[in-house]
Design a protein around this ligand. Structure first.
Ligand SMILES: [Zn+2]
Length: 198
């Protein structure tokens, strides 16, 4: 993961880190919550970008963007089939969407469906830890996440604080005790994933 060249950032037309602009010191630079790398700060966009996994986090939630509840979250047909299969086996379904929150307040759940939650989580690892704690062993976590890729880019969302790549999500799942069961093809700006608590 660390073999990416510095030039990769230049190639993406990013501006040089402007630490003086915000009077930042090395201490204020953030560690990437996904891979632990030192994130680079870019002004004036006030965005922190990890040069290793390309995770981006904004200093402040976006004020202008699309409202996430206006976006229809519809998995591709072939993928809906897998989701329905999981859902048909389990009665306990927590369906959560759009609201940033960590704790569910319930335990031993068999299935949690989280639509479009990740862009809004200030502490993205705590989000996964809380869902891990709420699920029973073998329980399912179904996610839909707007992502940035080479060919597709999710539109900015009001209140968004994280900009993720689908690779970032796999890493977060793995890091927080989930195994990936299935994910949609990476050809759209929404990625759908089914994961299971190990
Ligand atoms: Zn990273």
């Amino acid at each position: 993961m660390r073999n990416l060249k510095k030039n990769d950032l230049k190639a993406k037309n990013l501006k040089t880190p402007d630490l003086k602009a915000k009077n930042l010191t090395a201490q204020t630079l953030k560690a990437c919550p996904i891979c632990g790398g030192t994130m680079q700060y870019f002004a004036p966009e006030a965005v922190n970008i990890c040069p290793y996994c390309y995770f981006k986090s904004l200093d402040e939630p976006l004020k202008e963007g699309r409202a996430s509840h206006d976006i229809k979250v519809t998995p591709p047909k072939f993928f809906s089939k897998y989701i329905q299969n999981v859902e048909s086996h389990y009665e306990t379904t927590i369906q959560e969407n759009l609201e940033p929150s960590y704790d569910i307040g319930l335990t031993n759940l068999k299935l949690i469906t989280s639509d479009f939650m990740l862009p809004f989580q200030k502490d993205i690892n705590s989000f996964f830890k809380a869902r891990y704690a709420s699920l029973e062993r073998g329980g399912f976590l179904i996610l839909s996440v707007p992502v940035e890729g080479i060919f597709f880019k999710a539109p900015p969302l009001t209140g968004q604080i994280n900009i993720l790549r689908s690779k970032n999500i796999m890493f977060l799942l793995e890091r927080n005790g989930f195994k990936l069961v299935r994910r949609s093809m990476p050809f759209g700006w929404i990625v759908y994933l089914i994961a299971q608590k190990i």
